[in-house]
Write a protein that binds this ligand. Structure first.
Ligand SMILES: Cc1cc2nc3c(=O)[nH]c(=O)nc-3n(C[C@H](O)[C@H](O)[C@H](O)COP(=O)(O)OP(=O)(O)OC[C@H]3O[C@@H](n4cnc5c(N)ncnc54)[C@H](O)[C@@H]3O)c2cc1C
Length: 393
């Protein structure tokens, strides 16, 4: 078994690591100060300038297939990139990315939605959650009623990331209420590409985090039939495909944050003297460091094992759920320890620790809560679809 990185993987990771250190981390004090003033941390023009700079070195569309002008990096490489980006709280992402399900678009839709999204000219959002349907996504009630060559969409979506900025949404609505009542969601839900100027409204939702999601309201919004993404009635599978696009990427980002946080904690512990000795000399603090480093290492291999399975074309769903669950739980424990190591300073808004504390909390909620991951993991095991021996058997 060879657990070393290839030459190419190492080179790409080093490039991203240097980019984060030289271009992104220096922005942190200003970004933090703006966020403290309730402004957007990284402004759109600054993000664009950083993305353009990265593009000059070929870093564009890290997830995007090469035929669409992207880098088409594999899952392991994507995870390694995400870890490096996670080391800063500045909300940077490389340009040239688009939602995976937009590749299911027909040629005309690709021209209007996929290509401009990759080019950074349009912004999308993914809308399935409703006030009455979160974990239980099959309980959605937004409807789309056929009227000639159009569909009329009515309902409300909530907690939609980027919903207040997007100029089109991929919205999921019930198109066959009879099948839906029978619980045949795999045939009753359709995904529509809906431009904002077709009439949906959004409202920002204030959250613990720095980037709030939005609620979207569809009040008899008329959408042409040609705006169905994929097939009529087959939307639920697309929604699951979107959510499953890379569950390992969320804990990968948190992993980078945890590495940085523990480094900050150790630095503080070496310098903070109490009762005549640096707190780093105290076993209570050393155990926090040791436990955190061990959990970071375990998370690293959960993330990379899941990503490796994706690249190998294996069924990675169990491993991805494990990485998401463990990452969410452990990142929250680690940031809490690091905050504790900093004492009162950890609780202030002078340091970014409390910011990470709030941000990492989300990982236990979105794209499948801890409880839903556990439900999936246990069901797969108890029904014999997965083994406690993992993919090695
Ligand atoms: C910041 C943010 C961004 C988001 N972005 C998006 C987005 O872009 N698009 C989108 O469509 N959605 C998005 N969501 C929605 C997110 O996916 C849901 O909030 C999440 O799936 C949980 O659903 P819920 O909030 O309705 O909680 P509920 O489903 O009501 O769950 C409440 C609690 O009950 C638990 N629970 C539920 N069912 C069970 C069960 N069977 N067994 C045991 N426990 C259970 C849950 O784990 C949770 O602890 C976002 C949410 C947030 C907070």
């Amino acid at each position: 078994m060879d657990l070393t990185l290839s030459e190419e993987e190492r080179e790409i990771r080093e490039w991203v690591r240097t980019f984060v250190r030289r271009e992104i981390m220096p922005l942190e004090p200003e970004v933090l100060a703006r966020e403290r003033r309730n402004e957007r941390g990284l402004r759109a023009e600054e993000l664009k300038a950083l993305q353009d700079k990265a593009k000059e070195s070929g870093f564009f569309g890290v997830h995007t297939p090469e035929e669409y002008g992207g880098m088409g990096l594999g899952a392991v490489m994507n995870a390694l990139v995400e870890v490096e980006l996670g080391r800063s709280f500045v909300q940077f992402k490389f340009g040239g990315d688009a939602d995976n399900i937009l590749y299911s678009a027909n040629d005309a839709q690709k021209e209007r939605y996929l290509l401009p999204t990759i080019a950074g000219e349009r912004k999308s959002c993914f809308a399935i959650t409703e006030p009455g349907a979160g974990s239980d996504a099959r309980a959605i009630r937004t409807t789309a009623r056929r009227d000639g060559d159009e569909w009329v969409i009515s309902g409300e979506k909530t907690f939609i990331t980027g919903g207040d900025e997007a100029d089109f949404t991929m919205v999921f609505a019930v198109t066959d209420p009879d099948l839906h009542r029978e619980g045949r969601t795999d045939e009753s839900v359709t995904c529509f590409l809906v431009d904002r100027d077709m009439g949906w409204k959004s409202e920002y939702i204030d959250t613990m985090g720095e980037w709030g999601p939005a609620s979207l309201v569809f009040d008899d919004v008329r959408v042409p039939h040609e705006n169905i993404l994929g097939e009529e009635g087959k939307g639920f599978a697309l929604a699951m495909q979107w959510i499953g696009k890379g569950r390992y990427l969320l804990p990968a980002r948190a992993l980078g944050a945890c590495e940085r946080l523990v480094e900050m904690g150790m630095e503080h512990a070496r310098n903070r003297v109490t009762f005549g000795q640096p707190i780093a000399e105290r076993q209570a603090i050393q155990w926090m460091v040791a436990d955190s480093a061990t959990e970071i290492e375990a998370l690293r291999w959960l993330v990379l094992a899941a990503a490796w399975q994706v690249d190998a074309g294996l069924d990675s769903r169990q491993s991805q759920s494990m990485a998401k669950l463990y990452g969410g739980v452990k990142a929250n424990e680690i940031v809490d320890r690091v905050l504790q190591m900093h004492g009162g300073m950890g609780y202030t808004r002078e340091l970014p620790v409390e910011r990470w504390y709030r941000e990492l909390r989300l990982l236990r909620i979105y794209e499948g809560t801890d409880e839903i991951q556990r439900r999936t993991l246990a069901r797969n095991l108890l029904r014999g679809h997965a083994s406690v021996r993992g993919h090695l058997g």
